[in-house]
Design a protein around this ligand. Structure first.
Ligand code: C2E
Ligand code: CA
Ligand code: CA
Ligand code: CA
Length: 278
């Protein structure tokens, strides 16, 4: 009845306000969180299918918020972008990851890391030099870092983004196109993109089985990437069956909970020592 639906509306409104307040407080806290190092990076290994060894890791940020506690990136990356705080956060992340690669190097763990950049980072002319500056500070070079950008980030103000990506690639960085298949880039466009690796989005892998439409689509993407000399990574591998299928379909590297969840740096070191066959 009417009273019932009024209550529902009030409840809904209340829920919306709370959510809105939470978002406002997250935005208000972002700058200080960077200054106070409230973020922590996790690293998820990627496995080369041919050799069975770790080819690299992907750095994934988490926020240990003093009040809200553990916060996954999906809760704050978008807000950092909208509020104009993303470049500050990305700079923090780049320095955290680069210094970690140097620490690993010193401990004999020779691994590259991929960093996720956002669309707005690709509008910043100063970015390539800044990254090279961070690397130099730790005695590292551009080939130690992989840049991951989403397909949609490349397409946002594509001219500027492409200029910056070309500069990064000319300087020796590997560039990886993330969430591939979820954006709108035409196949013709793909040929012009300065990319080394194509990451097939997890949404294609959920419930994938041999001889299904999903498997055919993934196979088509893999063949397309290979025809353009790109390496293919498939993310979201959760089972042995998915591993076997993606191996058969020709994926070069795989990443997912079946291999490992994202790990704290020290936990990755232990994992690496156990898994790397040298
Ligand atoms: P993404 O770049 O596509 O990262 C993959 C996400 O899938 C990660 O979630 C990872 O933990 C998760 N994942 C990996 N393997 C599996 C699996 O087998 N099963 C399932 N269910 N999930 C798996 P996470 O860490 O929560 O990150 C979510 C998104 O947030 C990322 O998607 C990326 O777009 C963004 N993000 C994460 N870290 C950063 C960062 O440092 N900077 C920027 N700009 N964005 C970031
Ligand atoms: Ca990614
Ligand atoms: Ca993805
Ligand atoms: Ca699955």
């Amino acid at each position: 009845d009417a009273r019932e639906s009024m209550r529902e509306i009030e409840f809904y409104q209340h829920g919306r306000d709370e959510n809105h307040l939470r978002q406002l407080s997250i935005v208000a806290d972002l700058k200080r969180a960077v200054d106070e190092n409230q973020f922590v990076m996790h690293y998820q290994p990627k496995i080369c299918m041919a050799s069975g060894t770790v080819s690299s890791v992907e750095a994934l940020v988490r926020w240990i918020h003093p009040i809200h506690g553990f916060m996954p990136p999906d809760e704050f990356i978008g807000l950092a972008e909208k509020s104009g705080n993303i470049s500050m956060l990305s700079n923090w992340i780049l320095q955290a990851v680069i210094s970690q690669i140097a620490l690993w190097r010193a401990a004999g763990v020779t691994v590259k890391s991929a960093v996720n950049l956002s669309a707005m980072d690709l509008q910043d002319d100063g970015l390539p030099n800044r990254i090279e500056g961070y690397l130099a500070k730790y005695g590292l070079v551009s080939t130690d870092l992989i840049i991951e950008v989403t397909e949609s980030a490349m397409m946002r103000d594509a001219d500027k983004a492409l200029t910056i990506l070309h500069r990064l690639r000319d300087s020796g960085f590997s560039v990886s196109i993330d969430d591939f298949g979820t954006g709108y880039s035409s196949l013709a466009k793909l040929r012009e993109l300065p990319i080394d690796e194509l990451k097939i989005d997890r949404s294609f892998i959920i419930d994938i089985k041999p001889d299904t439409t999903e498997a055919l689509i993934v196979k088509a993407i893999i063949d397309l990437g290979h025809s353009m000399n790109m390496s293919i990574t498939t993310e979201g591998i959760e089972t042995r069956e998915e591993w076997d299928l993606l191996n058969e379909l020709g994926s070069n590297t795989i990443q997912g909970y079946y291999i490992s969840r994202p790990l704290l740096a020290d936990d990755f070191t232990a994992w690496w020592l156990e898994h790397q066959i040298n």
